[in-house]
Design a protein around this ligand. Structure first.
Ligand code: NAP
Length: 764
């Protein structure tokens, strides 16, 4: 049996279509390493699915994918269309939602957006890899892919097939795919250079015709000849659609240029199990259906959002028992229902004159508001609920989606779900702190919705996918719900349970910390240890505010370097130790965070900026003494005081002290005193902030290389090296790595401590 050390990545996702990419992003947000294997060498240029429904748009907004640079809304929101259809019968899809109706987005655009997002989050996408074999072992799966005649093996804890209706993963895993073959087919094409009238589900004597001209002049045509069975084999060609179109409408489109042509039938199949052992399925690999009204893509994307956080928690050892199995339970039931409504629609749409009476009855029924709303809820995905309401009771909020609410803090609930963590929204304050043990997975936010509406509860627990896990006022009830969906921090196993580095995380990037979705402020980050810390935290996934006092160019260089490596950072200026310093600092920090995340949450603070004295005790003036204290001791105190207003529960504070609080140097008495003062911050603040899950620690570097010219003098470096038991001077990264540990989830049990990062200098 192969050991866990043979595992190369947490999850292999097969298929880089929208569902695979969405899943990859969700897994990365949850902290899992992910490799995506895609058969095609390049993203498809064919834009098949072009409808996103309200629930999918809400989910994308929940991850911050609509607004901001590169989002769907940049430079302007995609066209919205309230009118949809049910089996070709017009149906207004409008329901209460932040994004009511349906949104027209070409699939290429959806893929581009999700691909860029997953890439930014650190997913590795390997194209040109065709999966040909799969073997499950007790603790891992081996996936073999072929690329240009060569075979490559990948090992992972889990593999997820997002590889479409002809899924290789599904067949290699032997998962049954029962259902019905197609009895009828629609041929469709995007055609340039034709000028025909738009037709919305027009039923003509010989068949059904649909034509919709897009803004770019290309017309999508779809046609079905009543009673024509699907072609036996081979793809549809343009000539087929030209003939069928002529038979049904009498129009000639032969002079047009087809951009692509395909056909699809009304086959309906669903995988018996969405999970077998370490293999899972999502999207069309799990369910095949006629792509009527864009439901197929939306169903798949919602599978991915349901699965991502559960699978990430599972591979990281943070999942309560049975969490992963809820994926099949929840999504198989949703899929079954959607497939059934699609089959009903296919009958209404593709049936000949014999279905006309049923169509007219259904048409009459849709004029009743509750029927319309019921069907709209089904098609838009807004009515999805996980779990049944207790027998005989009105369904409450539990199991349903949390509609987007604006809170009195100004943020919205969708914004609070950007990082795909659990969210405990406390409205009356009595349950603040109740999620303490779960702070590694759940953020607590105390705020009231501006309009409470349906959420008139003391607290609401929301899963990372935006569905309500619990709502109520009792601490016991809350703890039960937390235990059902999340593992408490103390149960989170140590880093040994994570996998070895994946190839894309070699070098200074590592798996120990995962700060994706976190924000950090590092003071004095234009140089030295502050710079190394900013770079390390950004490499671990955090968005970093790179603070400086005067070195604007150096700070800009740090930001540029981080961005070049795929990280996110911005520079903030404030001269510490001067009046108004902290106010100026936070104006810039908040503006930078707001611009990039839509919020002003600050998860991590590293108080690093400092000045040395370099003056003997007898020569130190009161002004010099005050300056040292103002920058090294007073500023960190007030920076923490101010930062706490922005810091969610579970935050991290690290203050940089110095080995000189324990190693005598008569030339730096005032400096050492200021660092002694800084160490008090950890002791007392740690006690104060423990209930919020915020840790506060001191790190004491020894002699560490910085820009000081003394490090250019070999004799001096030799003498300084002799102070360390390792016989060298420290490098900024030596200290940055210690800080990265302290701000990571792995250090959740360390607070109020003094961490010696002096390379053994203090051993004497
Ligand atoms: P460094 O290279 O001297 O850089 C200092 C950083 O702090 C710069 O980014 C500087 O920004 C910023 N800074 C200094 N005074 C500031 C002020 N008044 N307002 C705003 N920013 C200010 O730093 P380092 O040697 O890496 O040291 C980092 C921390 O470790 C300091 O707290 C230091 O006391 C401590 N430490 C250092 C050593 C060592 O051997 N290097 C040993 C023990 C402890 P601008 O350049 O933009 O002003």
């Amino acid at each position: 049996m192969a050991g866990a050390d043979a595992v190369e990545t947490h999850v292999v996702v097969v298929g880089a279509g929208p569902v695979g990419l969405m899943l990859a992003g969700e897994l990365r947000l949850g902290g899992a390493e992910v490799t995506v294997l895609e058969r095609l060498d390049a993203p498809t240029t064919e834009s098949r699915a072009s409808t996103l429904h309200a629930r999918t748009m809400e989910l994308l907004r929940q991850r911050g994918l609509l607004d901001g640079p590169g989002g769907f809304d940049d430079p302007e929101p995609p066209p919205q269309e309230p009118r949809g259809h049910f089996g070709g019968l017009p149906l207004d899809l409008t329901l209460p939602s932040s994004h009511p109706g349906q949104w027209k987005v070409p699939q290429t655009r959806t893929e581009e957006l999700l691909g860029a997002w997953a890439g930014r989050l650190g997913a590795r996408v390997l194209r040109g890899h065709q999966v040909v074999a799969l073997r499950q072992e007790q603790d891992r799966v081996l996936v073999t892919a072929e690329r240009g005649g060569e075979r490559r093996e990948f090992t992972a804890r889990y593999v997820v097939g997002c590889d479409g209706e002809h899924s290789a993963v599904r067949s290699l895993a032997g998962i049954a795919f029962p259902g019905n073959d197609a009895g009828r087919e629609l041929i469709r094409a995007d055609v340039d250079g034709i000028d025909i009238q738009n037709r919305r589900f027009q039923r003509l004597p010989n068949g059904l015709a649909i034509a919709a001209r897009r803004g770019d002049g290309v017309t999508r045509v779809m046609v079905h000849r009543f009673g024509t069975p699907p072609r036996g084999s081979g793809e549809a060609e343009f000539a087929d659609i030209v003939t069928a179109w002529r038979d049904v409408t009498g129009e000639d489109i032969a002079h047009g240029t087809p951009l692509w042509v395909n056909s699809f039938g009304d086959a309906s199949r669903q995988a018996e199990h969405y999970r077998t052992g370490r293999v899972l399925l999502a999207g069309d690999a799990a369910h095949q259906q006629m792509p009527i009204g864009g439901q197929a893509l939306n169903l798949g994307l919602q599978d991915a959002v349901n699965l991502g956080w559960k699978l990430a928690a599972t591979v990281l050892g943070r999942a309560p028992a049975g969490l992963l199995d809820t994926y099949h339970d929840e999504r198989h039931a949703v899929g079954r229902r959607v497939l059934s409504n699609i089959r009903a629609q296919a009958r209404l749409l593709l049936g000949g004159p014999e279905v006309d009476p049923v169509r007219s009855v259904v048409g009459e029924l849709t004029s009743y508001e509750n029927v319309r709303a019921h069907l709209a809820g089904m098609i838009s995905g807004l009515d999805v609920r996980y779990g049944d309401a207790p027998r005989g009771e009105e369904p409450g909020p539990v199991g349903a989606r949390l509609p987007e609410l604006r809170l009195d803090s100004g943020a919205t609930t969708a914004e609070l779900l950007h990082s795909a963590r659990g969210l405990l929204l406390v409205t009356d304050g009595s349950l603040t702190g109740a999620a303490g043990d779960w702070s590694a997975s759940v953020d607590t936010v105390t705020a009231r919705p501006q309009d409470t509406g349906p959420l008139s509860f003391g607290a609401v627990l929301v899963r990372p996918d935006g569905y309500v896990a619990w709502a109520g006022g009792s601490a016991d009830g809350l703890r039960t719900a937390l235990g059902r969906w999340f593992a408490p921090a103390a149960a989170t196993p140590p880093a040994a349970h994570t996998v070895p580095r994946t190839p894309q995380l070699t070098g200074r990037r590592r798996n120990m910390a995962n700060l994706t979705g976190k924000t950090a402020l590092v003071t004095g980050a234009s140089r030295g240890m502050g710079r190394a810390t900013a770079e390390r935290l950004a490499a671990d996934g955090a968005l970093v505010a790179v603070h400086y006092g005067t070195s604007e160019e150096a700070a800009a260089e740090v930001v540029a370097g981080i961005e070049k490596d795929g990280g996110r950072a911005f520079a903030v200026k404030a001269e510490l130790g001067t009046p108004g310093d902290v106010h100026e600092l936070f104006l810039a920090v908040e503006a930078g965070l707001k611009e990039r995340t839509g919020e002003t949450d600050l998860n991590i603070l590293v108080n690093n900026a400092g000045v040395m004295g370099g003056v003997k005790a007898e020569d130190t003036t009161p002004e010099q003494f005050d300056r040292i204290f103002a920058v090294n001791a007073k500023a960190p105190f007030f920076v923490i005081q101010r930062a706490l207003a922005n810091m969610p529960d579970g935050g991290r504070i690290v203050n940089i002290s110095s080995g000189l609080t324990r190693f005598a140097n008569p030339d730096e008495i005032a400096y050492a005193m200021s660092k002694g003062a800084v160490e008090q911050l950890a002791l007392h603040y740690a006690k104060l902030l423990g209930p919020r899950g915020i840790t506060v620690n001191s790190v004491a570097p020894g002699i560490t290389r910085n820009g000081n010219p003394v490090f250019g003098i070999p004799e001096a470096v030799e003498a300084m090296s002799a102070l360390s038991t390792f016989n060298r001077v420290g490098e900024p990264q030596d200290v940055a790595d210690v800080i990265a540990f302290l701000v990571s989830d792995d250090a959740r049990w360390v607070t109020g401590s003094f961490v010696d990062a002096s390379g053994g200098t203090l051993l004497g």
